[in-house]
Write a protein that binds this ligand. Structure first.
Ligand code: SF4
Ligand code: SF4
Length: 446
């Protein structure tokens, strides 16, 4: 490479840092500057239990290293002696091994006495990795399809039509598609069609029982929008956030109702207005609605003698503050509380981008999206290691939940459901069922 080419490449790489630095405001600055290396977050982090090299402070340290190099005098002068690293391809590849393991579960933030969100610093490093063209290719492919609308394949359309036919049977009337002035708009995605069909049907049964009006979009709103959020391409995610908010506004719906309570709910509920800089409609998760209806005495259930437990999706409980629906589950079955629950529940390993890297999940997606995805995963050695970590995290959580004595695990995020199902198969407990709360509650309606 000539000197001019080398200098251009180094400028390009340095620019990846400045693109990420755009998102460093006062809170992020606190995360960068105030870690005292006390190690309190280590024990809580699911990654640390699988391999102690990947503790929260070390995951977050990558962004700090780059920050010191470009934003502090001592880092500029002393370089590595001051733990300041330049952005090079080699350093970004090393950083990728750390930050792409982080599921952004948020437990390190919860236990840190200084209130440091290491997951957030990992997401900033992910901006740099994506800008340098080093993000996993399967993930970039999905992001692109969602943004360009090419996810609306023939198979996706067939699945949507068949869901509408099923809903017609359930309700005994025409399905309200893009009907204005309804209480709830359910933003159906490809994920709902592939992994949450029963949950959507269950939700509609519940809404009908409670006499709520509802509608669905003319076509799925994305693969699992905004996928760009999981690669930290927040500028691109903003477009998808605006699109869904705008749909709710045009239809004059009272609230967007999320069945998939993984990152889609958290992003549209809390981060959407910040990322997309637009006024937000009311956003609700199905768990909040069910808990509220139960507490108001409007939801009547037949109790089963099955033992159930609840798995808190990180994005629903820790990142959004939605409490475990324990009273509701106790009214529907024999509820057993797991050892770690609520704020302290352990991650299932499939958070953020990780879902899209799990071959069993991408295989199902590639069938309906009619595009090769798993072969992209196979080409990438680092991705294989990430997947192994995610499966080990899932197995640990699956065992914890099974220890509650439950034969039914109830949760509300499609990633958690798929990941725990795979874990139970792997650890030889296939008899344990993992269900979405809408499916479970709809079966118990009187
Ligand atoms: S967000 Fe979760 S996975 Fe990431 S570093 Fe913190 S505890 Fe570990
Ligand atoms: S608990 Fe907080 S201060 Fe302590 S090592 Fe972890 S991030 Fe740093």
């Amino acid at each position: 490479m000539s000197v001019t080419e080398l200098s251009r490449q180094s400028e390009k790489l340095e620019n990846t840092f400045w693109r990420a630095a755009k998102w460093v405001e006062s809170t992020a600055l606190h995360y960068i500057e105030n870690c005292i290396s006390c190690g309190l977050c280590y024990e809580a982090c699911p990654l640390y239990h699988i391999d102690p090299r990947y503790a929260p402070a070390t995951v977050a340290e990558w962004f700090r290293r780059f920050y010191r190099r470009y934003c502090t005098v001592i880092g500029r002068l002393l370089g590595k002696l001051a733990h300041a690293y330049p952005v090079t391809l080699e350093n970004l590849l090393r950083a990728r091994d750390y930050v792409y393991r982080c599921t952004n579960c948020g437990i390190c933030y919860l236990v840190c006495a200084a209130g440091i969100d290491s997951g957030y610093l990992a997401t900033l490093t992910k901006i740099m990795i994506r800008e340098a063209g080093l993000a996993p290719r399967a993930l970039l492919k999905l992001e692109q399809m969602e943004l360009e609308g090419t996810y609306r394949t023939k198979k996706v359309q067939e699945l949507y039509s068949s869901l509408i036919d099923e809903l017609k049977k359930v309700t005994g009337r025409e399905v309200p598609v893009a009907d204005p002035d309804k209480t709830f708009l359910i933003p159906i995605s490809v994920f709902d069609l592939v992994f949450g069909r029963d949950a959507v049907i269950g939700t509609v049964k519940i809404l009908e029982k409670l006499n709520y009006s509802w509608t669905i979009p003319r076509e799925p709103v994305g693969i699992r929008p905004p996928i760009a959020y999981t690669t930290s391409s927040w500028d691109l995610a903003a477009a998808k956030i605006r699109e869904v908010y705008e749909l709710a506004r045009i239809l004059r719906t009272k609230a967007l109702l999320f069945i998939d309570c993984g990152y889609p709910y958290e992003v549209y509920r809390f981060e959407g207005p910040y990322i997309a800089e637009i006024e937000q409609p009311k956003v609700l998760s199905i768990v909040e609605l069910l808990e509220d209806e139960f507490e108001q005495g409007r939801l009547f259930l037949r109790r089963t003698t099955d033992v159930v437990t609840w798995h808190d999706p990180c994005m629903l409980m820790r990142r959004s503050g939605v409490e475990p629906p324990e009273k509701l589950l106790d009214a529907a079955a024999l509820y057993g509380r797991p050892k770690r629950y609520g704020k302290y529940a352990t991650c299932c390993g499939a958070g953020s981008h990780m879902t899209f890297l799990i071959p069993e999940i991408t295989q199902k997606l590639e069938e309906v999206l009619e595009t090769p995805l798993t072969q992209e995963l196979e080409k990438d050695r680092t991705t294989k290691q990430l997947i192994e970590t995610a499966h080990k995290i899932a197995e640990r959580r699956a065992r914890e939940l099974a220890d509650s004595g439950a034969n039914n695990i109830i949760t509300a995020c499609y990633s958690c459901i798929e990941m725990l199902k795979l874990a139970y198969k792997k650890i030889g407990l296939p008899e344990i069922q993992v269900k979405h709360i809408s499916t479970f509650i709809s079966e118990r309606l009187t």
